[in-house]
Write a protein that binds this ligand. Structure first.
Ligand code: HEM
Length: 478
């Protein structure tokens, strides 16, 4: 209605009532996206729950997501304040956690221009080919010896190496990073950024660090800082070598020196974006690959169909090339179906810059908005048999991953949608195709495919809880 009587209470979306101070935090367990999904089934696709002192809106259906990420996109284009971004991402100087505004826009433009556009992505093709080639060689060795391969570990290392070479210009050894190794520290960071932190929801108790997270974040931040300082120093030292092609760090360093860039870019800004590019590109793609291969092993029928398509398009005499990807229509459906059931970023967080009315509900200014992509991919109103992995559901359908079809938004939608979509999809498709084109896969210890464990680990991304182990058999005729 156009008018509101004075003092009339604004109607919040339905949701659990909650206790004083803590609100409904007690309802959130280890798997936040599952817990929120269950609650949404009871209260509806636009649900309000107070978490600590912060009004939080949970968005769990395609229609609701469209309202928040398209119709009212601008209002919700910011990010919430979180302790993790303060301690681990150089006080929001990165792109992922930067509040909406001109600094965010500048950083996003810079990353797109210097790393994530088609021309740049294609310039890294040789790196991808080389790294994937090396992985196939080691798996071939395992195939000869009939031993199982830790596919989760291999794919994570592959992605870490590819990301490092793109962003830093070279690979770094685990021990140059930290004695715990790359993967462990990054995963600790992802976990700390995703678990509910009391300090985010009851800001005045943040300094008490009751859960001990701040302490852990500071440890992680120090590891990143030392590592990135070393990389920056390496780049400054090798700056004048003529033969060197400029990588992303070189570009950012040149921004630091140039007087005419829009913002004063200093080392903390560079380090924050380095961390973004690393975490955003490594674990996302690796988890998507791991889930796709798991689903394929689980369903031999689908795996055989992917292999058949590869036999027809690529043939058994050679490996898959990036140029083959656009011809692989069934593979495309498999990847969509994987990201529907396993959106590797299950929840993404936005913040309301203004108050807003949606579907008659009042959304207070500074609310945190959590979009549950995991729940959306399972919405029974949008999908038949949502729990089943059926790539054929995309046959003849125009649904794509670009954020226009709100029943499938693993890359988000609207202003904050993933700028790495194109790169991510190339990597995921190429690695999945290569792994199943070059090899057949069998589970070790006589585990039958349908019994493959599919438990998730919760973090900013959700990889498999238990590594995927499988025994390869080489397939190609060369
Ligand atoms: C399968 C792979 C990937 C998936 C599923 C994925 C998914 C997502 C999602 C859901 C978001 C949040 C959207 C939102 O808040 O509305 C996001 C943001 C982002 N992604 Fe990705 N991503 C992937 C790969 C990549 C890659 C390869 C990069 C590049 C390095 C990247 C860089 C980013 C950045 C920088 C943001 C923050 C954008 C902003 O806040 O403006 N992502 N991604």
């Amino acid at each position: 209605k156009p008018w509101k009587a004075k003092g009339e209470k604004k109607k919040l979306p339905p949701g659990p009532k909650g206790f004083p101070l803590f609100g409904s935090m007690h309802l959130l367990g280890k798997f936040l996206h599952h817990d929120l999904h269950k609650l949404a089934k009871k209260y509806g696709p636009i649900m309000h729950m107070r978490l600590g002192l912060i009004p939080t809106i949970i968005v769990s259906s395609p229609e609701a997501a469209e309202l928040f990420l398209k119709t009212h996109d601008l209002v919700f284009a910011s990010r919430p304040h979180i302790e993790a971004a303060k301690y681990m991402f150089w006080e929001y100087r990165d792109l992922v956690f930067a509040p909406y505004g001109s600094y965010w826009r500048y950083m996003r433009k810079m990353c797109t221009l210097e790393l994530l556009n088609s021309v740049k992505i294609s310039s890294f093709k040789a790196i991808r080919k080389e790294e994937i080639g090396q992985l196939i060689d080691t798996i071939q060795k395992a195939a000869r010896e009939r031993v199982s391969v830790d596919l989760s570990a291999k794919v994570t290392t592959l992605n870490a190496d590819m990301s490092c070479r793109m962003v830093f210009g070279k690979k770094y050894l685990d021990k140059e990073f930290d004695e715990r190794g790359f993967k462990v520290v990054i995963q600790e960071a992802m976990h700390l950024a995703a678990i509910p932190n009391l300090g985010d929801f009851i800001p005045f108790i943040a300094p008490l660090d009751l859960q001990g997270y701040t302490k852990r974040m500071k440890v992680v931040a120090k590891v990143f800082d030392d590592f990135f300082e070393k990389i920056i120093e390496d780049h400054i030292l090798s700056k004048d070598e003529d033969s060197k092609t400029k990588d992303f760090v070189d570009v950012m360093l040149s921004l630091m020196e140039s007087a005419d860039s829009e913002y004063r870019i200093e080392r903390p800004n560079i380090k924050a974006v380095m961390l973004d590019m690393l975490v955003a590109s490594m674990d996302t793609s690796a988890s998507a690959i791991e889930w796709a291969i798991s689903e394929l092993i689980k369903q031999p029928r689908v795996l055989m169909k992917v292999q058949k398509e590869l036999e027809t398009v690529v043939g058994m005499e050679r490996m898959v090339e990036e140029t083959d990807l656009e011809m692989l229509e069934y593979l495309d459906m498999v990847v969509k179906e994987t990201l529907r059931l396993h959106p590797v970023v299950p929840l993404f967080h936005h913040a309301a810059m203004e108050e807003c009315t949606i579907n008659g509900f009042h959304i207070p200014k500074k609310s945190r908005v959590i979009v549950n992509a995991w729940a959306i991919g399972r919405d029974p109103n949008a999908w038949n048999d949502p729990e089943k992995f059926i790539p054929e559901r995309f046959l003849g359908s125009s649904i794509d991953l670009k954020g226009r079809d709100f029943q499938l938004i693993p890359f988000g939608a609207g202003r904050r949608h993933c700028p790495g979509l194109q790169l991510g999809l190339i990597v995921v498709k190429l690695v999945v195709a290569q792994l199943v084109h070059c090899f057949d896969w069998e589970l070790p210890n006589g585990v039958i495919p349908t019994e493959l464990d599919m438990t998730e680990e919760f973090g900013l991304t959700t990889p498999r809880a238990n590594h995927l182990l499988a025994i390869p058999t080489y397939r190609l005729h060369k």
